[in-house]
Design a binder for this molecule. Structure first.
Ligand code: ATP
Length: 141
């Protein structure tokens, strides 16, 4: 099967760089999927889970914010934050969820509410990322 090169970078590190069969990513306007020889494409990223298929298995990476670009049979993910499933500290995500839930209950100001909601989305997506990778048997570094 023809492959496409996937590279995921954040401002401080290269998270991943390898050929894959398929990439699904959380665009701000919904999920999009990319296979080999896709037309050039650019999208902003939301908060959620990127997944890719390699050797018949699905792997999961949490991403939050940034851009995805496809050109010359390469997908470049310039993420503000990205973590492979195995790098996620689930306890930390749980604590972040509790704080965010508490803040969304208490806050009335719209801006603070939006920030708390984004923090809640990040924590839930991190937990989902870890659970998906564990059930796919790909929660490894
Ligand atoms: P917290 O409140 O726990 O910091 P957050 O969602 O506000 O969570 P971010 O702003 O998304 O955190 O990330 C800040 C840095 O901390 C990033 O480098 C990110 O990769 C890392 N990070 C945050 N939460 C986790 C986690 N649960 N497991 C691993 N790394 C994390």
């Amino acid at each position: 099967m023809a492959q496409i090169h996937l590279e995921i970078v954040t401002p401080d590190r290269k998270v991943l760089s390898q050929p894959v069969d398929y990439v699904g990513a959380p665009g701000i306007e919904g999920e999009f999927g990319i296979m080999a020889n896709h037309v050039p494409f650019l999208s902003a990223l939301g908060i959620g889970n990127l997944y890719y298929k390699d050797s018949g298995k699905y792997h999961y990476v949490f991403v939050a914010g940034g851009f995805a670009e496809v050109s010359d049979n390469k997908v470049t993910i310039l993420a503000e934050v990205a973590e492979k499933a195995a790098e996620i500290d689930v306890e930390r995500a749980r604590r972040a969820r509790e704080r965010a839930e508490e803040r969304t209950r208490l806050q009335k100001e719209e801006i603070d509410f939006a920030r708390s909601r984004a923090a809640l989305q990040r924590s839930l997506a991190r937990m989902r990322c870890r659970a998906s990778a564990e059930s796919a048997g790909t929660c490894v570094l």
